[in-house]
Ligand binder design. Structure first.
Ligand code: G3I
Length: 352
C-alpha cells in the first residue's frame, strides 16, 4: 500500500468498544470480522481472561478488536499477588490493567479470596503455630485493601470470593480452612473489606455449576442471607464452564431468573464450552457448539440482570482445559480457533 494511502488509512480511527482503535494497528484480517464487543455494545461488555504475555501478541490484537473487558486469568490471585506476607508483586496485574486502560476496556478483578490460591503464610504465625482467627481476618483485610485499593476506579467488578459453596459441605459451604479457621462469616468480611477499599466497585460471589439445582439452592440462600445482613453483594458470577450437553439452555434461563429475583446482577464470568470430553472435535461438534453458543447468547440477552459476559480465554490457542491434554487431543472451547481465526461459534453469536 503506497505510503500516502497508508497514512490516510492510518488516520481513520474506528471507535470500537468506546476507544479509538487506529485501523492499521489491527491487522486487516482481524478487523474484517465484526467486533463481538461492538455487536453486543447495547447489551453487555464482552470479556476474555488473559495472561500478560498474550497482550503484545496477535492474540492481544484479537482481544483489542473483539473484546471490551478483560479478566486476569491468574495474575490477580492472592498467591500470585502476595506470595510472601507484605511482599506484593503487581507487575503482571498492572500490565493487564494498563493494557485495558490503553484500549478503553473494562477490568473484572479475579479474585480477592479463593481457598485454592490462598498462600500458606496466611495460616501460620511467625513461630509456626496456627494463625488465630483474628490474624487471618487482619491479613485478609490487609490483602483486600492493598489490591482493591490499588485498582480503585480501574477494576469495575471484583470476584470478591470464588467457589465458596458446596451442597454437601457444612451449611452449604465448601469445607476450607477459611471456614474452619474463621467461620462462615469470612465471606461477609471479604465483601465488607472490598467495599471499604473500593466503594464504587461491583462486588460478586463467583462460582461454577450455579445451574445445578442443589448447589443453586445453596447459593440463592447464601446470597439472600448475606444481603439481608446488609453485606454488599451486588452480583453472582456464573462461571459457565460447560460442554455440549449440560447445563440445558432452559436451566441457564431458569437460573438467571432466580438470581435476578434476588435483585442481584448476573455476570457470566468464565464461559467456555468443551467439545472434546468424550470424542474428538470435528465439524459436527463445532456446528453443535455454534448452535449452543447462539442459544445461550439469546438467553443472556433476554435477561436485563445479565450485565457482563466473559469468556475464559481469547482463543483455543490458550485454554485451561488443555493444560493436561496431549497435543494430539486438544479441546476447542472458545469462539476463535488455535490459529486465532473465527470459528462457526463466532459467526453464530454475531448473528444473534
Ligand atoms: O506460571 C507457571 C509456570 O511458570 C510454571 O512453569 C507452570 C508449571 O508449574 O505453572 C504455571 O502456573 C500455572 C498457571 O495456571 C499459569 O498457567 C499454575 O501451575 C496453574 O495452577 C494455574 O492454573 C490456573 C487455575 O485456575 C488455578 O489457579 C488456570 O490457568 C486458570 O485457568 C484456572 O482458572 C480457574 C479460575 O481461576 C476459577 N474458576 C475455575 C477456573 C478453571 O480452573
Amino acid at each position: 500500500m503506497p505510503l500516502r494511502l497508508r497514512m490516510i488509512v492510518a488516520s481513520f480511527a474506528t471507535v470500537v468498544n468506546g476507544c479509538a482503535v487506529v485501523v492499521d494497528r489491527v491487522p486487516p484480517d482481524i478487523a474484517r470480522h465484526p467486533s463481538l464487543a461492538r455487536h453486543h455494545a447495547a447489551k453487555f461488555p464482552i470479556g476474555a481472561a488473559v495472561e500478560p504475555w498474550q497482550l503484545e501478541t496477535r492474540a492481544g490484537q484479537l482481544l483489542a478488536w473483539h473484546f471490551n473487558s478483560v479478566t486476569a486469568e491468574n495474575a490477580m490471585k492472592p498467591a500470585n499477588l502476595q506470595p510472601v506476607e507484605g511482599r506484593f508483586d503487581f507487575a503482571a496485574a498492572d500490565a493487564i490493567v494498563d493494557f485495558a486502560g490503553r484500549h478503553g476496556m473494562k477490568v473484572r478483578g479475579h479474585t480477592l479470596l479463593w481457598h485454592e490460591e490462598t498462600p500458606e503464610w496466611f495460616w501460620r504465625e511467625a513461630d509456626g503455630k496456627p494463625a488465630t482467627r483474628e490474624r487471618v481476618l487482619e491479613r485478609l483485610r490487609t490483602h483486600v485493601h492493598a489490591v482493591a485499593g490499588r485498582y480503585r476506579g480501574r477494576v469495575y467488578a471484583w470476584d470478591v470470593v470464588n467457589e465458596v459453596v458446596h451442597p454437601l459441605g457444612p451449611g452449604c459451604l465448601r469445607d476450607t480452612r477459611w471456614l474452619q479457621v474463621v467461620g462462615p462469616e469470612y465471606i461477609a468480611w471479604a465483601f465488607r473489606y472490598a467495599r471499604e477499599a473500593d466503594p464504587s466497585a461491583r462486588l460478586f460471589l463467583n462460582d461454577f455449576e450455579t445451574t445445578e439445582p442443589t448447589k443453586r439452592a445453596c447459593l440463592l440462600r447464601l446470597v439472600a442471607d448475606l444481603r439481608a445482613q446488609g453485606v454488599p453483594v451486588h452480583g453472582v458470577g456464573h462461571q459457565m464452564h460447560i460442554d455440549l450437553e449440560k447445563p440445558t439452555v432452559a436451566e441457564v434461563d431458569k437460573t438467571l431468573g432466580l438470581f435476578a429475583a434476588l435483585g442481584v446482577e448476573g455476570h457470566i464470568t468464565e464461559l467456555d464450552m468443551s467439545i472434546a470430553a468424550n470424542a474428538a472435535p470435528g465439524p459436527a461438534r463445532l456446528e453443535r457448539q455454534a448452535a449452543r453458543y447462539a442459544a445461550l447468547f439469546e438467553v443472556f440477552m433476554a435477561h436485563p440482570s445479565v450485565t457482563a459476559v466473559s469468556f475464559w480465554g481469547i482463543s483455543d490457542a490458550r485454554t485451561w482445559l488443555n493444560a493436561k491434554r496431549s497435543p494430539a487431543d486438544l479441546d476447542q472451547p472458545l469462539l476463535f480457533d488455535a490459529q486465532l481465526a473465527p470459528k462457526p461459534a463466532y459467526f453464530a453469536v454475531v448473528k444473534k
